[in-house]
Write a protein that binds this ligand. Structure first.
Ligand code: GLU
Length: 428
């Protein structure tokens, strides 16, 4: 019986961006899916794509239009879930890939969600506070036809934060005529946000990193770490590793690359970045490196915590780290994965390493539904337990099937989604 699938017209045939990376990852896992591979095409196309025009009145009275997206990749296991990104390079195919990685991530750590993602193609630094608010509200109104506490639940991502979520929650609630706290996660505590959510992604990176280090016989105390991206993920992960005795020897962000052989003072660096917006100009650095030297820095652990496709065939060979912890979504291309495997570098994939954020988003959503809020200790303990269990389950598959951690995480993630798909069946 031959299966024929028409290629959707919105997929460009010569795609080389994140969506192509994701498709290659699915091709690599397919041989391990057994009878479920019959359903694999379902993972290769998003369930639903919404492209919206987002017009706003600028402070000077002119009208500006932005392009917004919300992609629901899969809802077989539960409502869509995933962040919203504001960035000048956002494209539909990028948001598709990010939504698909949410499907795999939510399934790999077994939170009861499908995968979704949203974004607006905009450099938020070019907008005033009021313009940002109007853009966020109009975007929320436009995607309001497909989101909701039991349909699709947005959250913060690159360049969005608690304030963004407060505006989204308010806009949705005003349009619905009721206060719907559960429509977004990553909210301020005063609006039904969860303790520990802000730090959760970085904390998850730290927890999984400690497990990976112990598998490799690496002591965190004294370990040298390089971090790309010093925002909510990289900054928090760096702080937790430094508090555990590691040395943060290099940090790169959009402002440049700084280095200190004895470890940068992370607390001072966090204060500097909060005040100045980037690591540029930090006085506690021993050296400022050319950006292209970042991946060649001598370190034990490398944490890409910025954007996609940073570790590629062009730089994977220079990497000295023993372990890569993917704080970002999609930072490593499949070609780089192969090079790193041959070099014996352990790559802890995004869908496990950065799943702490969505895990505490799940806790937030549960707390909102029950209107009963947990202590920060309870949140962190539950987060740690889920992250450790997910890591060890993936490690077991790696050993049983002699595959990379990424393929192992995809085996677990894809199998759960496709089992749900199969047992639900096709309707109508
Ligand atoms: N944006 C985060 C991620 O990429 C969190 C998503 C969420 O909490 O829904 O995992």
């Amino acid at each position: 019986m031959s299966t024929q699938h028409q290629i959707p017209s919105y997929l460009t045939p010569h795609e080389t961006g994140p969506w192509a990376v994701y498709l290659e990852q699915i091709d690599r896992v397919t041989p391990y899916l057994g009878h479920l591979s019959r359903w694999v095409e379902t993972l290769k196309r998003p369930k639903r794509i919404l492209v919206v025009d987002v017009p706003i009145e600028r402070d000077d009275g002119s009208i500006a239009h932005f392009e917004g997206y919300r992609v629901q990749h899969n809802t077989s296991r539960g409502p869509g879930k995933g962040g919203v990104r504001f960035h000048q390079d956002v494209t539909l195919s990028e948001v598709m890939a990010l939504s698909a990685w949410m499907t795999i991530k939510n399934s790999a750590v077994n939170v009861p969600y499908g995968g979704a993602k949203g974004g607006i193609r905009v450099d938020p630094k070019t907008l005033s506070h009021g313009e940002l608010m109007r853009m966020t509200r109009r975007y929320t109104s436009e995607i309001g036809i497909i989101i909701g506490p039991d349909k699709d639940i947005p959250a913060p991502d690159v360049n969005t934060n608690e304030q963004t979520m407060a505006w989204m929650m308010d806009t949705y609630s005003m349009n619905e005529g009721r206060t719907a706290t559960g429509v977004v996660t990553g909210k301020p505590i005063s609006l039904g946000g969860s303790l520990g959510r802000r730090e959760a992604t970085g904390r998850g990176v730290f927890v999984v990193g400690c497990e990976a280090a112990s598998k490799r016989g690496l002591d965190i105390a004294g370990a040298k770490i390089a971090v790309q991206g010093f925002g909510n993920v990289g900054g928090i992960a760096a702080r937790l590793f430094a508090e555990a005795g590691a040395k943060i020897v290099a940090v790169q962000d959009h402002g440049g690359t700084i280095f200190h052989s004895n470890g940068l003072n992370v607390h001072k660096l966090l204060e500097h970045v909060a005040a100045h917006g980037s690591v540029a100009g930090f006085e506690g650095a021993e050296a400022v490196l050319p950006d292209q030297e970042f991946f060649a820095v001598h370190c034990d652990i490398l944490i890409p915590a910025a954007l996609e496709q940073q570790i590629t065939a062009a730089n994977a060979d220079q990497i000295k780290a023993k372990i890569i912890l993917e704080g970002a979504n999609g930072p490593t291309t499949p070609e780089a994965d192969d090079i790193l495997r041959d070099k014996g570098v352990l790559v802890v994939p995004d869908v496990i390493a950065n799943a702490g954020g969505v895990t505490v988003s799940y806790f937030e959503w549960v707390q909102d539904f029950s209107s009963y809020f947990w202590s920060e200790d309870e949140i962190n303990q539950r987060l740690t337990r889920i992250m450790k269990e997910a890591f060890h389950a993936v490690w077991q598959v790696t050993e049983d099937k002699s595959v990379s951690l990424r393929t192992a995480a995809f085996i677990i993630g894809c199998s759960r989604v496709l089992q749900a798909r199969e047992v639900r069946g096709l309707y109508p």
